[in-house]
Write a protein that binds this ligand. Sequence first.
Ligand code: GLA
Length: 406
Amino acid sequence: MNAHGACLLEEDGRYYLFGEYKTDDVNEFAGFSCYSSEDLANWRFEKIVLPRQADGLLGPGRVGERVKVMRSASTGRYSMYFHSDNGNYQDPIIGLATSDTITGDYAITGPLTFKDQPIRRWDIGSFQDDDGTAYLLVHEGDIYRLSPDLLTAEELVTRGIAPGGESPTMVKTGGTYFMLFSHKTSWESNDNFHLSAPSLNGPWTYQGVFAPDGSQTCNSQSTFSFQLTLESGKTLPIYMGDRWSYPHQASAATYVWQPLTTKKGRLEIATFASSWNPKTGNTVEVAGPGIKIDFESDLAGETLEVPFDGSGITLMGTAQPNGAYACIDIMDSKENCITSSYVSFYAKVPEHGYRYVSPQLTPGTYRLVLTVDGALIEWSDKRGERFGSAGTKVSVTGLTVHTPKS
Ligand code: GLA
């Protein structure tokens, strides 16, 4: 999937995921995508629901981020909110687009306004209460109540409850409202935190980190919280985060979705689950690598080649502070490259696990070619602070070949 800074909606037994459709070379807006699924595991690309525009809020040179969609309980129409900005993030504004159907096309109506003024902020989130009342969440912890038709902001319910907080999300569970935020470290992950309150006007209480302390929120940044209904009828709040990978976001940025438990009035991801069942919320034990590999290199151009017979391949490896990109190509028996992707071996906190899972392939004979990219992963934020890797290492520890049944 290519749907970053996403949100998730459930309608008539289908899940709809909206997100930023990233490219591997530039940060400029390239569209908002929509995918849908019946089970949260198998996804269908619906379409680009809002493409790059000829001009305006999402025209050339603009950035478009953190798309959030909600359905008006009174009109049945869909409103889409997004962060529009110039390339240097110096012209932030919250935009609005609408559609009659969930999968679009969405048409931009202009900036979202409060008291007839555009809301000139950046990171946003969305939340709809049990009675359908919709709220726009803003970085630093402002909450706007939206009009019933979802076309304007009517009331500033709460202000500044999370100084320094970005990427706001909200979930209500057991009658308590929880708001999750990241700190401001650009595309780099950090230890995200949360607050709780008995009502949206507060009082809001700081509840600290919700993921294992020091794990940089399992190397991710919050983007949405979703109340999942399990097959038992119980609900389970889900943390949804981005594992950004600037500059090759389309290929290498991935997603961290984890069940949250409530403990003593706080939310918690007790331990990171590599795999879990969305019907039960339970962790699924994953088989270790079928074949052990010992490949470690930071030399640009060095390759690891793996011929295989099957319907796909998974690579295990270590992401670490001195890691960077590999390029992985899958060649068919006629030496045609059928899929090519950057894969990141960089993480601020070392993490061993899945690094690459190929698309499902027609059963056959293939060759995986991994090539060490050799370039540092680096970028600086708008204050000029440097982020990224301290080396170019790629470290593969094992692989599993998929058989048609696995
Ligand atoms: C933060 C924001 C993202 C994006 C990046 C840009 O991570 O949460 O949406 O704006 O900064 O650096």
